[in-house]
Design a protein around this ligand. Structure first.
Ligand code: NAP
Length: 473
């Protein structure tokens, strides 16, 4: 199959294509178009034209397009889940979950399209401001450049397209090279849902090249990026006066206090550590357990992790499948080896098997090991003991990242202390850090990024506030 670009409501061919293969069995899935500079410029021109149409489109019509998209997605749930499973090697169970969340995300976007409220400003609060009525309006920015990662190829695209269109913007989308098909599928469904031509353009090719074309073009008013911190930093440094939101990585941690109910929380933490092979930005990577229950926790955790079933992403009962690339399997293996050489204990896994890396549990890992201080992004987790709750908070904060953290405790004072002191974008009391529903504000501090997603919050980022003041005499 040849996958062409999607520009101005049409499939557009290119001179060059790359071969997309399945991460699991390396079968060829498609030949995917590589956009050149002119084609990216054409995509921006058509988005610029469509931005004028969307800006003037009534909110109920924008909401209607998003609602029709939701209906179409509901009809095509299974084919969308299979596409994600094929190109991302996401086990079907998880891929189906992603499609359900994608539907919710667009539903929230349809609702937010109708809620672009401003506020009235009491101008007479300041001397000289009296005799006026003033209010604010939220206006769309125009053309938004969206760059997305491989790990949630439908839902993280939805977190960009949904709020952009709800707010009346147009988009040039550059999906991850490993997962372009899900993005083109959504473009096709948006067209059926009645989105005007050019309001969504999809261009594929090297992230560096397409990203730089988007960054260099002044007609693009905002870059919304989800991906690795290195690329995020590059974007921030070259964005000039464009708005930028960055949803980046993390090495998320969870604290398990002495009163935790282990049989209840361990299956949850195991799923947070290993879902989608640990390739989730809020995967559990570091677990800090009170020393009084440490041994018991480790034993139960390892037993639970052993139950995970490895296999093809298309098998109904697979929990763990291939990592996104063989390089990532090698990277995971070498980081784990290095940590063992430096004093960590291997409690489970550490096995490379072709494109799959087995679920791996390490104990007593020094905090400067890569498996702890870098983003692991693999099915590898470590468990360390703590003796004092404050010490556990310090361990969590001893990180360059700060996306979300989880704390299991029944002690209200400790819970409030954790909520106040943890330096992250979101604190989940009595849950894992991997918890997310799609309307909550979501984003990080430190190297985990800037700006917030969650439809209402993304709409804020994707609009400009305009003040209107009427002098009454
Ligand atoms: P990535 O390598 O940074 O790629 C993300 C996107 O950026 C891809 O579309 C990529 O294109 C593009 N890109 C690469 N180099 C670029 C450049 N110089 N300029 C502009 N764009 C460029 O990340 P990934 O491996 O796909 O995803 C994993 C990362 O995403 C992890 O760090 C994870 O934590 C993070 N993430 C964060 C969140 C969050 O919400 N905070 C959610 C999910 C994932 P190519 O594919 O063509 O290289």
């Amino acid at each position: 199959m040849k996958q062409l670009l999607w520009v101005n409501g049409e499939h557009v061919g290119t001179e060059n294509f790359y071969t997309l293969t399945s991460p699991y069995n390396e079968e060829i899935l498609a030949e995917v178009a590589i956009a050149d500079e002119e084609q990216v410029k054409d995509a921006i021109s058509s988005a610029e034209h469509a931005a004028k149409i969307l800006r003037n489109m009534p909110a109920y019509e924008r909401a209607g397009i998003l609602e029709r998209l939701v209906s179409l997605l509901k009809e095509e749930k299974e084919s969308c889940a299979r596409l994600i499973a094929l190109e991302a090697a996401k086990p079907l169970k998880a891929a189906r979950g992603e499609v359900e969340r994608t539907i919710m995300t667009y539903q929230f976007a349809a609702q937010e399209a109708r809620r672009l409220y401003g506020e009235t400003i009491p101008m007479d609060a300041a001397p000289g401001g009296d005799g006026r009525v003033a209010y604010t309006m939220k206006e769309p920015l125009g053309v938004i450049g969206a760059i997305t990662p491989f790990n949630f190829p439908m839902n993280l695209v939805a977190h960009k397209l949904g709020p952009a269109i709800a707010a009346g913007n147009s988009v040039v989308l550059k999906p991850a090279s490993q997962t372009p098909l899900s993005a083109y599928k959504i473009a096709q469904l948006f067209e059926k849902a009645g989105l005007p031509k050019g309001a969504l353009n999809v261009v594929t090719g090297s992230g560096k090249k397409v990203g730089d074309f988007l960054l260099a073009d002044d007609r693009v008013k905002m870059i919304t990026f989800t991906g690795s911190p290195e690329v995020g930093k590059h974007i921030r440094e070259h964005a000039g006066l464009k708005k930028v939101t960055l949803e980046l990585g993390s090495n998320s941690a969870v604290i398990v206090d002495e009163d935790a109910n282990l049989s209840k929380i361990i299956p949850r933490i195991v799923s947070g550590a290993f879902a989608y092979q640990g390739q989730v930005c809020i995967s559990v990577q570091r677990i800090y357990v009170h020393e009084s229950i440490y041994q018991e926790f480790v034993e139960q955790f390892v037993e639970e992790a052993k139950k995970l079933k490895l296999g093809s992403p298309l098998d109904e009962d697979t929990d763990i499948s291939a990592m996104i690339s063989r390089d990532d399997v090698k990277r995971a293996g070498s980081w784990v080896e290095e940590s063992i050489q430096n004093g960590a204990t291997l409690a489970l896994g550490g096995v490379e098997e072709g494109t799959v890396y087995h679920p791996t549990v390490l104990l007593n890992v020094p905090s400067d090991e890569k498996v702890s201080c870098e983003e692991m992004f693999a099915p590898v987790v470590h468990i360390n003991p703590f003796s004092d709750f404050q010490e556990a908070i310090n361990y969590v904060n001893d990180s360059n990242y700060g996306l979300q953290a989880g704390v299991f405790t029944n002690n209200v004072t400790k819970a409030f202390t954790a909520a106040k002191e943890l330096h992250v974008g979101g604190v989940m009391i009595n849950d894992f850090p991997t918890f997310r529903v799609d309307h909550m504000p979501y984003g990080g501090v430190k190297m985990s990024g800037m700006g917030r997603e969650g439809i209402k919050y993304a709409v804020e980022e994707m609009t400009e506030l305009k003040l209107v003041s009427f002098k009454l005499d």
